[in-house]
Structure formats: structure tokens, C-alpha cells
Ligand binder design. Structure first.
Ligand code: FAD
Length: 292
């Protein structure tokens, strides 16, 4: 279990890292927390010629808020997100999901930028980006661009990022007014990657009707998805038991999950309905969060 030979670079700043990626013209891999890349290298499923270790690029490690969104630097560790009071207040759905990422050891090292760039279809953060219409800021020596999650995730383990681009920031819009949310997943053992995931956020109007509903799903395709039909069913309604049941059943419309050694497609669909139903019930019953 040893990686093949590689050259190692440890830039001290973002500019320095961008120059290195530009110079190596696609022949280098970024190392962040190493929680996905290092196992791949050790198993020789990845054999990068050069490693650009961004762990010393402190300017990529931050959590900031303004009136509209929360922005998180790519090098922010899962643990920092899980424990952040700012994230808990400004984006409770992300706060809940962070606690599901692997084990404490993985959360201490792994980063949000690395997780998104790795684009594992069973990872938690992509589902949160989908649910909240998150955006990703990418930088290269050539340019800076901000793209939405639909464009960023191309297929399983593939993103729109070019080899010389670094994911520098994640932006998630802040919920407005009275909001409730829940994140649930099913995994075989605690800390394992999920079989299926459901992320729910509801904004309520002054009459307690759903003014905006967002339901993200994971583990049911190569990329995160939105349960658009379920969202439409709940939109403008009081979220009572019957309408929640209807919305949960609708969540599996148009889903085409894979069958693999972990679960059949039929089981995954059944679990999606169950998780969406539970997440909606818990969010509306127990998880009411007032505007910060
Ligand atoms: P790295 O491993 O360093 O890099 C991953 C990939 O992203 C590489 O291709 C790298 O070049 C690229 N990359 C890294 N940072 C950037 C950047 N800023 N810009 C562009 N490209 C970049 N994840 C989950 O979501 N849920 C789980 O339940 C889960 N369980 C795990 C259990 C174990 C035992 C382990 C070892 C890992 C688990 N993970 C899980 C993966 C973990 O979340 C990783 O942290 C994450 O997938 C990758 O983040 P990283 O910072 O470690 O990135």
C-alpha cells in the first residue's frame, strides 16, 4: 500500500499554488485533507506525477457570512463546519450534514473543497449544495468564476473544474424568515458512506405555509438531485401529515438508482421516500429555526 513516486510541492499562498498548477499543465493533483486522494494513491488507483499540497494556504480556511449567503473557504475542515456556531445559525442544514461525514478522524482532516472536488455521489455536501442552490468559486491563474451546483457536478467523481483550477470557496444562500430543516441518511454502519440521503429545508410565510421548499437527494444517481415534484406539492401549503406523505411518495418519481452490493434500486427508492417523509416531519415538528 505505497503510492508511486511523485514530486511534492507545498505552496504558502493561493497565488503560489495557482502558478504551480499552471506550470504543470494538468500533470499535478491538489492535496487537501488527503482523505480520498491518499487512499487512491496508496492503492495506485491514482498515480499523480506531482502533488500540490494546499494545507499551508491559510487564506482558504474561513467561514464568513453576509446578509445573503454564507461563504466557506475550500480548506475548511469538516470538523470546523460541524462545530461552527456561525454555520449552525446561518446554515443549519449544512451544520447537520457535516456531522454525518465519516468518522471524527476523517472530519478532522477532510475539507469541504476536497469533498466537492472529489464529487462522490454518496457524499453529504453535494446534496446540501443541491438543496440550497449553492455555488462554487473556482480560481486559476487565468480567471476566477462562480458556477452553480448543476454545472459544477458533471457525473460521479467528475466536475466542471479544469486541471489548473482550485475550488476556493463554497457559497450557500442564507434562509429567509422562519425556516426549518433536516438532514437524514441511511448507511450500513455509523460513519459509512450513505446508501441514500435526504436534505430538506422549508421557509415559511407569515401564515405558516411553505413559501420555499428545497429537497436534495443523494445516493440515487451519479450526482445530487432535487426532488422537484415533491417541492411543488408542498409549495404554498401547510405541511400536514397527508401532504408530507404525498410529497414523500413523489420524491421517487423519475429516480433511477443503481442496484449494487449495498442495496437494490427498489430498496433505495423505498428508503428515499421514507427519509424524505421523516425529514419533512422532523423539520416541521422539531427543527424550527428562527432568523438569526
Ligand atoms: P483530498 O483527499 O485531499 O482530495 C480529494 C480530491 O479533490 C483530489 O482529487 C484532489 O486533487 C481534489 N481537491 C482537493 N481540494 C481541492 C480544491 N480546493 N480544489 C480542487 N481540487 C481539490 N466523505 C463523505 O462525504 N461522507 C462520508 O461518510 C465519508 N466517509 C469517509 C470514511 C473514510 C474512512 C474516509 C477515509 C473518507 C471518508 N469520506 C467521506 C471522504 C472525506 O469526506 C474526504 O474528506 C473528502 O472526500 C475529500 O476531502 P479532502 O480534503 O480529504 O480531499
Amino acid at each position: 500500500m505505497k503510492p508511486s513516486r511523485f514530486e511534492y510541492y507545498a505552496p504558502q499562498s493561493l497565488d503560489e499554488a495557482l502558478v504551480l498548477l499552471d506550470r504543470f499543465a494538468g500533470d499535478a493533483r491538489i492535496l487537501a485533507g488527503g482523505q480520498s486522494l491518499v487512499p487512491l494513491m496508496n492503492m495506485r488507483l491514482a498515480r499523480p506525477q506531482r502533488i500540490v499540497d494546499i494545507n499551508r494556504v491559510a487564506e482558504l480556511d474561513y467561514i464568513r457570512i453576509n446578509d445573503d449567503y454564507i461563504s466557506i473557504g475550500a480548506l475548511t475542515r469538516h470538523r470546523a463546519i460541524e462545530q461552527s456556531q456561525t454555520v449552525f445559525t446561518a446554515c443549519p442544514l449544512l451544520s447537520k450534514a457535516a456531522g454525518f461525514v465519516g468518522h471524527p478522524q476523517v472530519r478532522s482532516r477532510g475539507t469541504i473543497g476536497g469533498s466537492l472536488a472529489h464529487a462522490d455521489p454518496a457524499a453529504e455536501y453535494p446534496v446540501i449544495l443541491a438543496a440550497l442552490d449553492g455555488e462554487i468559486k473556482l480560481r486559476s491563474i487565468r480567471s476566477e468564476r462562480i458556477i452553480g451546483w448543476r454545472r459544477f457536478f458533471v457525473s460521479d467523481y467528475a466536475t466542471d473544474a479544469e486541471p489548473d483550477e482550485i475550488v476556493v470557496e463554497v457559497r450557500l444562500p442564507r434562509p429567509r424568515g422562519s425556516t426549518a430543516c433536516e438532514f437524514l441518511e441511511l448507511s450500513r454502519r455509523h460513519g459509512d458512506f450513505a446508501l441514500v440521503e435526504a436534505a430538506v429545508q422549508i421557509e415559511f410565510d407569515e401564515k405558516k405555509k411553505c413559501s420555499r421548499v428545497a429537497i436534495g437527494l443523494g445516493g440515487v444517481g451519479g450526482m445530487p438531485l432535487r426532488a422537484s415534484l415533491s417541492e411543488e406539492i408542498l409549495q404554498g401549503k401547510f405541511p400536514g401529515k397527508d401532504i408530507i406523505r404525498e410529497a414523500a411518495l413523489a420524491a421517487v418519481e423519475n429516480l433511477d438508482p443503481v442496484s449494487d452490493v449495498h442495496a437494490s434500486a427498489a430498496y433505495r427508492k423505498q428508503m428515499v421516500s421514507l427519509l424524505v417523509s421523516r425529514a419533512l416531519e422532523r423539520a416541521t415538528g422539531l427543527c424550527s429555526v428562527k432568523e438569526a
